[in-house]
Design a binder for this molecule. Structure first.
Ligand SMILES: C[S@@+](CC[C@H](N)C(=O)[O-])C[C@H]1O[C@@H](n2cnc3c(N)ncnc32)[C@H](O)[C@@H]1O
Length: 195
């Protein structure tokens, strides 16, 4: 049978927490797999914010969403960095976001030079924990196999390890006996208001 995949685990943790109608964020739209998942999960009354710096990725993802008969919530397709999310997400959603998903690295099949970078990733993660509601979840899938990936993963882990345990629970899900460098997941649940 085997354990649930890294991406499957991120979706499972998110689906256990999001209630119908809640606002959610896909911080790295890419091919739009998580965006579509979030649209179905939060339902017709929900709202999805989808960020990507590549217009071509957003267009492909929007087509995927458009063509899927199971789509529900509408998506704000945002061609800008997730580092700007705090100024873009509607103020009435601040503190009410139920889930934020990050899938770092580069988009397979697209420009391998367009990768997520530590400075903007950390800025976006910090905004994310502020935007979440109590009981909301942040998932981050990390890749270390590409140039710069290990540095970014180290920076994210260092940031996550410093989150106040009174406000946040942090877990890591990873395969430990692989010879290659498989992706892994860090998930953060906001359990109490930040200081
Ligand atoms: C691994 S892919 C995401 C895969 C996606 N979750 C899917 O379902 O296909 C990473 C994406 O992050 C995007 N990206 C890179 N830097 C970004 C930034 N600062 N803000 C938002 N997106 C960014 C890339 O353009 C790329 O599409």
């Amino acid at each position: 049978m085997g354990f649930i995949s890294i991406l499957g685990c991120a979706q499972k943790l998110v689906s256990e927490r999001v209630q119908p109608g809640e606002p959610v964020i896909d911080a790295t739209v890419g091919n739009g797999v998580d965006t579509l998942f979030l649209s179905k999960l939060t339902g017709c009354k929900g709202e999805v914010y989808g960020f990507d710096v590549q217009q071509i990725a957003l267009e492909k993802a929007a087509r995927r969403w458009q063509q899927d008969p199971g789509k529900k919530a509408g998506v704000h397709w945002l061609n800008c960095s997730h580092a700007e999310m705090k100024s873009i997400v509607s103020p009435h959603h601040h503190g009410h976001i139920a889930a934020i998903m990050f899938n770092l690295g580069y988009l397979p099949g697209a420009d391998p030079g367009t990768i997520t970078l530590p400075a903007s990733t950390l800025a976006a993660l910090q905004s994310s924990v502020e935007l979440l509601r109590i009981g909301g979840i942040l998932t981050v899938v990390l890749y270390t196999g590409h140039p710069g990936g290990q540095e970014e993963a180290d920076a994210v882990e260092e940031w996550a390890a410093k989150l106040n345990p009174k406000s946040f629970q942090v877990i890591k899900y990873e395969r430990v006996n692989q010879s290659k460098r498989p992706p892994y997941l860090i998930a953060v649940e906001k359990v109490a208001p930040c200081d």
